[in-house]
Design a protein around this ligand. Structure first.
Ligand code: PAF
Length: 287
């Protein structure tokens, strides 16, 4: 694995690979790598001949008080994990290399960036969209893999890449789950024993929505209310949001239209731990 820090060098390597007809896949990370990141690498390896991992703690997606300075940066450990996962190039620039003096351009991801996770973290998705487009410009991949767990981030990135004709295929990687259905997350370790017992209610809520939509119901708003009642039935959890949205625009959806894709999204607090989860629902065409 080659470690590159200079954007111009990374770009010229990527251009060279393209000239050799190599198919490039990229996995973008902020480091502190865990199994979730490695599963994205494995998916990229299935689809691409060369895998580039970017490792950059992006200051512009952190809000005031969000601890950019304290974000973990175990570089040696991350590089060892990336190497053993078979990453070909690790691109790890400094903030000054990504945002040199005079940098002013930013991507405005529109209203989608202002709801749900975006309303809690103003400016977050603007920072994400801008850095992702920059990293795509530097690594020049044919394909980029992002986790479906951060569904709103994925929707913002898909929109920006389509709107700006970037031409990279954006691949969503399925949510990894524990045996009881709880989505794997580095935050799960903060759950108390009791909260950990209750947290699979999120998956139970998803399973209810899957079953009801599967039986042909289209009243998404009512199904979401039932799913929320399931979360509250066995826990003292509080819900930030739990609803169906249009999978492309992240606009609230109350009634399913055949042929359209939706997502049941949720952010639920168990004590001081906030968990997110989601499920994509494609409403089948009427026969
Ligand atoms: O999901 C993340 O880790 C980050 O938001 C990303 C996509 C690497 C951009 O900094």
């Amino acid at each position: 694995m080659q470690i590159i820090t200079d954007p111009a060098e990374m770009q010229s390597i990527a251009e060279g690979l393209r000239l050799q007809h190599q198919f490039i896949g990229v996995v973008m990370t902020m480091g502190a790598l865990h199994e979730g990141h490695l599963s994205l690498v494995r998916l990229a390896q299935k689809k691409a001949g060369i895998v580039i991992m970017t490792l950059f703690v992006n200051p512009t997606q952190f809000g005031p008080g969000e601890d950019f300075e304290r974000y973990p940066r175990p570089f040696e450990q991350d590089a060892a994990l990336a190497r053993s996962a078979g990453v070909d190039y690790l691109f790890a620039p400094s903030p000054e290399q990504i945002y040199p003096d005079g940098f002013v351009t930013a991507i405005d991801p529109g209203p989608m960036a202002e709801s749900f996770e975006g309303s809690l973290r103003p400016g977050h998705f603007k920072g994400v969209a801008t850095v992702v487009v920059k990293l795509l410009g530097i690594t020049r991949p044919h394909l980029a893999v992002f986790g479906e767990k951060d569904a709103q981030q994925l929707a913002v990135i898909r929109r920006a890449v389509a709107d700006l004709n970037i031409g990279t295929v954006i691949e969503g990687a399925p949510i990894a789950r524990e045996n009881d259905g709880l989505a794997t997350s580095s935050r799960n370790i903060y759950l108390s024993f009791e909260e950990r017992q209750q947290a699979p209610l999120l998956f139970k809520a998803i399973s209810h929505a899957r079953q009801e939509t599967g039986s042909g119901r289209k009243d998404l708003a009512s199904i979401a209310r039932e799913a929320e009642a399931i979360v509250h039935s066995g826990s003292a959890a509080s819900t930030d949001y739990l609803c169906f949205v249009d999978d492309e625009t992240f606009e609230l959806a109350s009634e399913a239209v055949p042929g359209k894709a939706y997502r049941l999204i949720m952010a639920v607090r168990f004590g001081s731990t906030r968990l997110i989860d989601n499920w994509k629902y494609l409403c089948p065409n009427d026969k």
